[in-house]
Write a protein that binds this ligand. Structure first.
Ligand code: ZN
Length: 452
């Protein structure tokens, strides 16, 4: 006998515009409205905040889409769909979106098929052509409802539904400001954030930038987000949030399960198949001495390793704000490194990998050849001409019995992983604090306090 309940996966994306609004804020209000209107509706997972390929040119702030997965009585499906569509339309009207903006909603009934899991993987690491989107929509057929029509935002909405995988995850508690407060300064007591960071640093990440004495939990734009605390589990986030001293009113908050801080987009690629707008990592050899550009950014030429199937080379750009240029400029020809980032195109250089993080796997031996030392006084001797031996300028000693000396240069970098500094970490990038905290997550029904 089939169940009287059906699972609906509601994906939304691009619910933001220059005039305001934010996809997660819309999701927060939508969840509240769903819980308020349908008493036996249950969420089968925390709302998901799913970050997608940061390299694609069409994207919203932070490129984050949301999916809300609910279990609802079959006879209520039409009413739920109707509420979702009307809610989003009302939300975008309240922020005066233009009608040609990309906000989108997709609602999938039942199981999440393999093809949507793959669609998520592609939206995370690659560019999605609109034809591919249309093919996916056709394959889903009647199981997928698109109440607001076909828009570019459906890529994110469907990809967010497709993040239904057993993989590493983190959580974020996002608090929203009351509607009247929209100036970019958030009123949060810095000291209370430092105390919170100190108390919960083993279970949270990216709270405070001690180098710049700046908050990392608060955005800077005109959006409704007051702050977001990122961490490993929901209950720590609630505890951490409750210790903060806020001096402005909060509309409320909600906990999302997310792929943030997991390096999910940094998949292994072969250098020769690493294409424009893709994200990932490749094992390469440094081909020549790094070049330091005016301003301090570093570019280096790398090539495929000997064991790869075909040869190719490209440039890697290391930007100063990542804090990685100090190490990158010490690389030398022949170093074996693992580079991770997004592939961009520069008109003067062709494909350039914008480096997000890297690892030095094996340092090459760097040598310098020097003239022999004088056996009498220790100074470096000078050649007296081809086959004429050596002469010491300091003491006058002459000899034919000396050989040039090969010296190994002591390298200023070590083998190991190089992660950008906290202030330069992007949403998907795993920060230093999270190494060793990786875990396998599965969808989890929210419990305890998770929405306010
Ligand atoms: Zn000498």
């Amino acid at each position: 006998m089939s169940s009287v309940f059906e699972v609906l996966h509601i994906g939304i994306d691009d619910i933001d515009s220059p005039s305001g609004g934010c996809t997660t804020h819309a999701a927060y209000r939508l969840v509240k409205e769903l819980l308020h209107n349908f008493h036996d509706l249950r969420l089968i997972d925390y709302p998901n905040l799913v970050r997608l390929n940061p390299a694609v040119p069409f994207k919203t702030r932070g490129n984050g889409a949301v999916s809300i997965r609910v279990s609802v009585r079959r006879e209520l499906i039409d009413r739920v769909v109707d509420l979702v569509a009307k809610f989003i339309e009302r939300y975008v009207r309240s922020y005066e979106f233009r009608t040609d903006e990309d906000y989108a909603v997709a609602i999938l009934m039942g199981e999440v098929p393999e093809l949507l899991l793959n669609f998520y993987r592609k939206a995370l690491t690659d560019f999605i052509h609109i034809d591919y989107l249309m093919r996916i929509i056709r394959s889903l057929g009647g199981r997928c409802i698109i109440p607001l029509g076909i828009r570019r935002g459906l890529i994110g909405a469907l990809a967010a539904i497709g993040w239904f995988l057993k993989c590493d995850c983190t959580y974020e508690l996002i608090a929203y400001r009351s509607a009247e407060r929209l100036d970019p300064e958030r009123c949060i007591d810095l000291e209370s954030v430092k105390l919170m960071d100190n108390k919960f640093k083993n279970r949270t990440f990216l709270n405070f930038d001690y180098e710049e004495n700046k908050l990392l939990i608060a955005p800077h734009g005109p959006d409704p987000v007051l702050l977001g605390i990122r961490g490993e589990d929901p209950s720590t986030l609630v505890e951490a949030f409750n210790t903060l001293k806020l001096c402005e009113n909060v509309e409320g908050w909600m906990i999302f399960r997310t792929n943030q801080g997991t390096d999910a987009h940094l998949i292994n690629r072969d250098l020769q198949n690493f294409k424009f707008l893709q994200t990932g990592c490749a094992k390469v050899l440094v081909e020549s001495k790094p070049r330091i550009l005016p301003g301090g950014d570093v570019i280096l030429k790398v090539k495929s390793t000997p064991e790869s199937e075909s040869w190719s080379s490209l440039w890697v750009a290391v930007f100063k704000e990542t804090g990685l240029t100090g190490a990158a400029r010490e690389l030398a020809k022949g170093d074996e490194i693992y580079v991770c980032g997004s592939m961009k195109y520069w008109s003067n250089l062709g494909l350039v990998l914008h480096l997000e993080k890297f690892a030095i796997m094996k340092l090459a031996e760097v040598t310098v050849v020097k003239n022999p030392k004088c056996p009498r006084c220790g100074a470096r001797m000078k050649s007296s001409g081809r086959n004429k031996g050596w002469k010491c300028i300091k003491c006058g000693y002459r000899t034919k019995e000396a050989e040039k000396e090969v010296l190994y240069v002591r390298r200023k970098v070590k083998e190991g992983i190089y992660v950008p500094k906290d202030s330069a970490i992007k949403h998907l990038t795993k920060p230093a604090q999270r190494y060793g905290r990786e875990k396998l997550c599965t969808p989890t029904e929210p419990k305890g306090k998770w929405i306010c």
